[in-house]
Design a binder for this molecule. Structure first.
Ligand SMILES: [Zn+2]
Ligand SMILES: [Zn+2]
Ligand SMILES: [Zn+2]
Length: 221
């Protein structure tokens, strides 16, 4: 087996363990019956030797080092999804196939991943609404990369914008915006910034506080 192939298989195993943990499902001790297109035995053995996974008969789990490794893979995968879905407009099926290729560390380095993240406006979730692990880039807005996806609060009056994601974790706020038709994919026109933001969505004008406009991330439409 080529070593690059082994590395990819180890990454698939770590990604899978992360996803099971996220879904609060315990991993099979040997990952038997799991949806791999390969026999994971060799990859599990190497990951164990590197102290990335632990556990025995009761089930496998990630060690802190393995968790860090897995977070990087999940981060690349979910950012790749955002890139392919929001910017390149692939449909969900094509996006999923492609994102699994891009998640491997020999394709997207950590630096390249951080640049993609900045370009996309440091999105908190993937198109399936699962959290994207934060990177070093997310702590501070760097001006190294001019983001393509920006908050509505920083957008110019008169422009048309497509909503890419809404960063709010408040369900109340998300529900209120959804009631007005402000959801990912919706097209908004920005009419006014002061004293409140006025946007037109589907023929209706709505007023938004600056704080709310700052949570709505858009692309020029
Ligand atoms: Zn994947
Ligand atoms: Zn996803
Ligand atoms: Zn970031």
């Amino acid at each position: 087996m080529k070593s690059e192939e082994t590395e990819e298989q180890i990454e698939e195993v770590l990604e899978h363990l992360w996803t099971l943990r996220e879904q609060r499902v315990a991993a099979q001790p040997d990952l038997a019956g799991e949806p791999f297109q390969f026999d994971p035995t060799a990859a599990i053995a190497v990951a164990r030797r590197r102290a990335w996974i632990t556990g025995g008969r009761e089930g496998l789990d990630l060690t802190p080092a393995g968790e860090e490794r897995a977070a990087g893979i999940i981060r690349r995968h979910r950012l790749a999804e955002r890139l392919l879905f929001d910017v390149i407009h692939l449909d969900k099926e094509a996006m999923e196939a492609c994102a699994c290729e891009l998640e491997h560390s020999h394709i997207l380095s950590e630096e390249a991943t951080d640049r993609v993240c900045a370009f996309l406006g440091h999105p908190p979730t993937c198109p399936h609404d699962r959290p994207i692990p934060r990177g070093r880039c997310c702590a501070k807005f760097s001006d190294e990369v001019r983001p393509l996806v920006t908050p509505l609060s920083q957008s110019a009056i008169g422009g048309s914008y497509r909503v890419v994601f809404i960063a709010s974790r408040s369900h109340q706020r998300l529900d209120r915006l959804a009631a007005f038709g402000v959801v990912p994919g919706a097209v908004l026109r920005l009419h006014q910034r002061l004293p409140t933001f006025m946007v037109q969505v589907g023929g209706t004008d709505i007023a938004l506080e600056r704080e709310v406009a700052a949570d709505i991330f858009v692309l020029p439409h």
